[in-house]
Design a protein around this ligand. Structure first.
Ligand SMILES: O=C(O)C(=O)C[C@]1(C(=O)O)C=C[C@@H](O)C=C1
Length: 360
């Protein structure tokens, strides 16, 4: 009767041979990407092409006969293309820091790990880093499934010349963290205001004695808890690892399906992929039926609306900006016709960008 090791040995030898072949093929792929990079360099054109990356993954997912699952194919090729892209030119990606935030995780989920991360102190700084060219792209949270819109991001999108060139959705799982995994001597819990709100029921039930302190990010809270044993932090896996904290309780968010949607901002305008979304900001004159009339062109041209959000126009009047996501790319003919009509009837119209729509 052969032992486990004896049975595994030939299969592992086969895996080794296959890995050598895969590496050889990946090296050839990387050389091809470098050639693409040289051509792009000659035209001074952007390295990162989200629509092409979407197409590469979709083609492989459609042609795969298994057993790899579509998600597995997507994550493998995300890293393959991230590494190939870095050979053309490593992209600098700005996000709300410090290291260990969900924004950093979102940047890695979208761009892969072969990037240079630029942690920023605020959402305003993320926008300005990209506007000034210190980073090619930024990743900013735009809405949370429990707490709604991130209003500062909406205001910055309104005023910035940047476009949205992608979106990424992350499940948000918060833990209560301390240096030694218990609450002895802990008097306060720190977190970003959004995280405190997302865990408020849990905190009221399980740790009502802790003073709640809002700080600039959960990772900042984790950094503070690592330095001060009277503090606990609410933060996720990346911050727990980055600041070497222990969990007092895991997954304490009130909604187990808590998710945050992030958008990728930059100067690149994506080409259509067939599965796109377009983000708009509109406002109307303050008269009865104005919003109803404004949206009529969408129905008329068969364009579906994925999101509708209103935000005060900050003019001291009862006026609002409407943030609307519609299905399709601004260059798709029915979307183009609807946008034309919206533009004609709206008091204010801004196209924030068309980009590949995330399935999750
Ligand atoms: O096709 C390109 O434009 C490439 O640069 C190659 C490649 C890839 O690795 O497939 C890399 C970076 C781009 O974002 C898209 C695709």
């Amino acid at each position: 009767m052969p032992t486990e090791e004896e049975r595994l040995a030939p299969i592992r030898a086969k895996i080794d041979t296959l890995d050598t072949q895969i590496l050889d093929l990946l090296s050839q792929r990387a050389q091809a990407a470098q050639e693409v990079g040289h051509i792009k360099g000659g035209f001074s054109s952007p390295v990162f092409r989200p629509e092409r990356e979407r197409q590469v993954v979709a083609r492989l997912q459609a042609s795969s006969t298994g057993p790899l699952l579509p998600d597995g194919i997507a994550s493998i090729w995300r890293e393959v293309m991230s590494a190939c892209r870095a050979l053309e030119a490593r992209q600098t990606i700005a996000f709300l820091g410090p290291i260990g935030t969900f924004s950093e995780l979102a940047a890695q989920k979208y761009f892969g790990h072969s990037i240079a991360g630029l942690p920023c102190n605020s959402l305003d700084e993320v926008f300005s880093a990209v506007e000034k060219g210190a980073a090619q792209f930024g990743v900013v949270p735009v809405e949370n499934s429990s707490e709604g819109a991130i209003s500062r991001t909406l205001d910055l999108l309104l005023d910035s010349p940047l476009h949205i060139s992608g979106e990424v959705v992350l499940p948000i799982r918060h833990h209560l963290l301390t240096k030694n995994g218990n609450l002895e001597g802990v008097t306060s819990v720190c977190a970003h205001a959004q995280a405190l709100a997302q865990c408020q029921q849990w905190l009221s039930q399980h740790a009502p004695h802790l003073k709640r302190q809002a700080v600039s990010s959960n990772a900042e809270a984790a950094r503070m808890a690592a330095a001060d044993s009277s503090l606990a932090a609410i933060a996720g896996d990346p911050a727990q690892v980055a600041y070497d904290l222990q969990a007092v309780a895991s997954q304490i968010q009130d909604d187990p399906h808590n998710r945050t949607r992030f958008v990728v901002i930059g100067s690149y305008q994506c080409q259509p992929t067939g599965q796109d979304q377009t983000s708009l900001v509109l406002s109307v004159d303050n008269r009865p039926g104005a919003v109803y009339q404004l949206l009529e062109p969408l129905a008329k041209h068969g364009v579906s609306m994925n999101r509708f959000e209103s935000r005060p126009a900050r003019k001291g009047t009862w006026e609002y900006h409407f943030y609307i996501d519609v299905a399709g790319h601004a260059d798709d003919s029915k979307v183009a016709k609807a946008l034309e009509a919206l533009k004609a009837s709206a008091a204010y119209f801004k196209n924030l960008g068309s980009y590949p729509h995330s399935a999750s």
